[in-house]
Ligand binder design. Structure first.
Ligand code: FRU
Length: 506
């Protein structure tokens, strides 16, 4: 494919318009739920993390952005960067639709550093087949853009056109270097509407040839695997994807779309051999389209999008919508992945207070904090000497009684995040399994202005959910419910993380 033949236009005008669009929202933004510790756009809608990388001394995170609305719309790429993964600064918007193949959206993709030291982005150029909406499917092709400074990008056009007119979804390239070659995987909905991940290979980053479908989803309901990723971890390979069409079953796959992974083995030139079941990345209400990358020290890091999925989505009225999860480190834990906040996050913590150990009777409560916009909570529970049926924390507790409950539930033998006492937003609960026979339970809970992340037993399970508190101070209360006996909290501390944004009060 001769990329020089693709017409490209100066996109600076589009970017200037989009920047003004974001600024108009930012000027009127209501900050009641706007994150202090999570990446979000200044204004407008965001979805997937894109182009995560380390380039010329800085970490870069891009994101799918609709600059003219607080709901999904024509996609652009927004951009933030950080020297240390702790504090972040906003960068100029990176890409706006500017040529025919991407005229309806600059969709998701990834970034790699070329051998000659350039930042190269692969992403999906998107068009509606009928010119207006998805009713007749999408026309999608993998495109390339190159940057010398990691901030300004020159588009190079289409590098992987869609080979079959009957394919209606063909997107989200993830690229890495494998030996002397480059590999690309992306999601495909086959002409039979089956979700697959296809692999391509290239010697020169420009000419790509089809290698094989590296993964075919076994479930006939699953028609598309969005945002696939494939990476080595220890002596294994992980394939992950965001599945469209997966039906809920018991505690599993309760969200509109669900992101997870399988672990197996792979040799270049061969097939992927799956060795584990499918696991969700995150058991919360709001998690989708994660992307991983390798930090220069070798750690595999993942950022997810806290997808708002279900109406009502009240932040839409506040001038912004959508945030990432905290960056998490991914490690192998036998047949699944452990994901926990990167260690650098603790550098933000201020005013750490110790409350434990605490012994609490049944149906009792203790007020711990009267007002917290952010919190980094660590709580260990001795399950073997606790008899209370539920032991946990009411978070975002406001004077009208609204709160989100995070607790261990002994009937379920699971950790629960329960939003049924909330005025704002979608309610409902989600759960994550606990091995009660271990005798103890370790919880780390990160509270932001509009979200809660729960890390169970050092990230063996994770739950991410929006939680939109009502007006007034936001208290934290320890509670126990029902059962005969008591709750034994062996340790409990609460710190107040500072904001991640450079120049805003740090
Ligand atoms: C996943 C996704 C991707 C696509 C992008 C468009 O959330 O649908 O498949 O590239 O979002 O914004």
């Amino acid at each position: 494919m001769n990329i020089e033949s693709m017409p490209t236009y100066d996109q600076s005008e589009q970017l200037a318009k989009a920047t003004a669009g974001v600024a108009a929202f930012a000027a009127k933004r209501n900050d009641r739920w706007y994150p202090l510790d999570h990446i979000a756009s200044d204004g407008g809608w965001i979805n997937d993390p894109n182009g995560l990388c380390y380039f010329k001394g800085r970490y870069h995170a891009f994101y799918q952005l609709h600059p003219y609305g607080t709901q999904w719309g024509p996609m652009h790429w927004g951009h933030v960067s950080s020297a240390d993964l702790v504090t972040w600064r906003r960068e100029p918007l990176a890409m706006a639709p500017s040529f025919e193949a991407e005229k309806d959206g600059v969709f998701s993709g990834s970034a790699v550093v070329s051998d000659d030291g350039k930042l190269v982005i692969y992403y999906t150029g998107h068009r509606w087949r009928n010119g207006v909406n998805e009713d007749e499917g999408n026309l999608q092709e993998q495109c390339m853009a190159v940057s010398d400074d990691g901030v300004h990008f020159e588009k190079k056009g289409v590098v992987v056109p869609c080979p079959d007119d009957r394919i209606l979804h063909f997107r989200d390239p993830k690229v890495w270097k494998q030996g002397d070659e480059w590999r690309m995987v992306f999601g495909v909905s086959t002409p039979e509407h089956k979700g697959e991940i296809w692999m391509y290979r290239s010697d020169d980053m420009v000419n790509w040839t089809f290698d094989r479908p590296i993964y075919r989803h076994p479930d006939p309901d699953v028609f598309m695997l969005e945002c696939p990723d494939m990476f080595p971890l220890g002596d294994k390979w992980v394939i992950c994807y965001s599945a469209m069409g997966l039906e809920p079953k018991g505690f599993q796959a309760r969200n509109h779309n669900n992101a997870g992974y399988v672990i197996g083995s792979w040799e270049p030139g061969g097939d992927f051999h799956q060795e584990t079941d499918f696991h969700l990345w995150d058991d919360g209400h709001n998690y989708y389209a994660p992307q991983t990358f390798q930090a220069p020290d070798g750690r595999r890091l993942v950022f997810g999008w806290m997808a708002p999925f279900t109406q009502p989505i009240p932040m839409e009225d506040d001038g912004w919508c959508g945030q990432f999860t905290l960056p998490r480190e991914v490690t192998l834990a036998e047949d699944h992945l452990r994901t926990r906040p990167i260690r650098e996050f603790a550098e933000l913590d201020k005013d750490k207070r110790d409350f434990g150990p605490i012994e609490l009777g049944v149906n009792e409560s203790r007020d711990l904090v009267s007002d917290a916009l952010t919190a980094d909570i660590q709580m260990d529970i001795d399950l073997s000497s606790s008899q209370a049926e539920r032991i946990g924390l009411e978070l975002h507790r406001t004077p009208n009684g609204d709160h989100t409950l995070v607790c261990y539930d002994d009937q379920l033998e699971r950790v629960v995040i329960d939003r049924h006492c909330n005025t704002y937003g979608d309610r409902g609960y989600r759960t994550a399994p606990v091995d009660k026979s271990a005798g103890s339970l370790k919880l780390r809970i990160i509270v932001d202005r509009g979200s809660i992340e729960v890390y169970v037993n050092d990230g063996l399970e994770v739950m991410s959910s929006y939680s939109f508190p009502a007006d007034g101070p936001r208290a934290i209360r320890l509670i126990t419910e029902s059962g005969e006996g008591k709750a034994m909290i062996t340790s409990l501390s609460i710190a107040t993380p500072d904001t991640i944004w450079e120049g805003t009060g740090r």
